[in-house]
Design a protein around this ligand. Structure first.
Ligand SMILES: Cc1ncc(COP(=O)(O)O)c(C=O)c1O
Length: 366
């Protein structure tokens, strides 16, 4: 394409597209380095096998996967939608329930970035009601909004906090007949007792997002789930692509959701939760770390004096962590995903070294 035709194509794009700042995923912004602790993936990755041929179009909603996830989550198959990651669930919800240029969603920053990006790409306004002390919902603030969808992330990314169940119930009660309440449980396997699945039978406007990307160690698979009343699921099915789940994805998802697959996932959760406790202890003892959030997921948020400096010092040690300081309601914070024991050891050494040097430099300049 010549430079001129490229420019012409750019002018043809919708204004919305010209204005959109795409989501800077951990993988798109940085993928060098040897130790990846910046995308909340699971380093203890299981290996899977594929078999068969792939000449036929796949099922839109493969029964083996739907039935296995329904059994795992404790819901009926009619309450489950499988999609290309939980991200597609977010997008489908917004496209199915929000009229462009008139409806809005409510989100509670600091939180996962894709709710806002998907809303913007559907020309949907965003009400931002900050978490209180970055851990509890501001109920009065949320009740002052009139959205079609309320997004609550629990455990919340990037803080790791669980949103108290009585607050979620209060939001559900308030928005009965007015809006859907979407609880994003992408990390729920790290704190399974906190799931709000038991509330699904009481509230037909409750929607729960799940994924195989985190505890199941399958971020590369792109497979997520929406749990909701059959009415919500049927609305989403009208909007989903005809073949969203590739046959290899369906085969691997079914293996991950088998009895041994789930046992393997639970074992890796036990290991990660223990590594997380060790890391929280270590982080609390580092002189340059001002706050350590109490995590219920596979990552920990740390308040430091200079987040950008900390991230780049770790890059020099071949370790990627994520600067979350641009999040509304947070300043100078880094998010560290929990990796393998070996990776956490390397991280501990690099952080100790960094803060030692940082303290020395500070003393020299004092
Ligand atoms: C809170 C939250 N929800 C949803 C997702 C997206 O998950 P998936 O990989 O299934 O699209 C992520 C990914 O990081 C996340 O942190």
């Amino acid at each position: 394409m010549t430079e001129q035709t490229g420019a012409a194509v750019n002018t043809l794009a919708r204004q919305l597209v010209k204005d959109l700042v795409p989501y800077a995923s951990a993988r798109s912004s940085m993928s060098g380095g040897a130790v990846w602790l910046n995308a909340n993936e699971n380093a203890l990755a299981p290996a899977y096998q594929l078999d068969g041929t792939f000449n036929r179009y796949p099922s839109c909603q493969p029964k083996a996967v739907i039935n296995a996830y329904a059994a795992y989550a404790g819901v009926a198959p009619e309450q489950v939608l499988v999609s290309r990651g939980a991200d597609e669930g977010i997008e489908l919800l917004i496209r199915s329930f929000c009229e462009p240029n008139s409806d809005s969603i409510t989100i509670c920053p600091p939180t996962y970035g894709m709710y806002a990006i998907s809303a913007q790409s559907n020309q949907t306004a965003i009400n931002k009601v900050l978490l209180l002390n970055s851990e509890k919902l501001d109920l009065d603030g949320i009740f002052a909004t009139s959205p079609k969808l309320v997004f609550i992330c629990s455990p919340n990314n990037p803080t790791g906090d669980l949103i108290p169940r009585d607050q979620i119930v209060a939001v559900l009660e308030h928005f009965k007949g007015k809006a859907l309440v979407v609880v994003d449980e992408a990390y729920i396997e790290f704190a399974p007792e906190a799931s709000v699945v038991p509330l699904l039978s009481r509230y037909s406007h409750l929607v729960i997002l799940r994924t195989l990307s985190k505890a199941f160690g399958l971020a590369g698979l792109r497979c997520g789930f929406t749990l909701a009343s059959p009415e919500v699921i049927n609305a989403l099915k009208k909007m989903i692509a005809p073949y969203p789940i590739a046959e290899p994805v369906a085969q691997i998802a079914a293996q991950a959701l088998s009895v041994p697959g789930i046992a393997q996932m639970q074992q890796s959760v036990t290991t990660i939760n223990a590594l997380r406790s060790d890391f929280i202890k270590l982080a609390g003892s580092l002189p340059g770390v001002q706050r350590v959030w109490p995590s219920n997921a596979n990552y920990v948020l740390l308040q430091v004096a200079d987040a950008a400096d900390c991230v780049s010092a770790l890059i020099n040690a071949d370790i990627l962590i994520r600067n979350q300081s641009s999040q509304l309601g947070l300043t100078q914070v880094v998010r560290v995903s929990i990796g393998s024991a070996d990776e956490m050891q390397r991280l501990a050494t690099a952080l100790q070294q960094y803060f030692l040097t940082y303290q020395q430099t500070k003393r020299e300049h004092a």
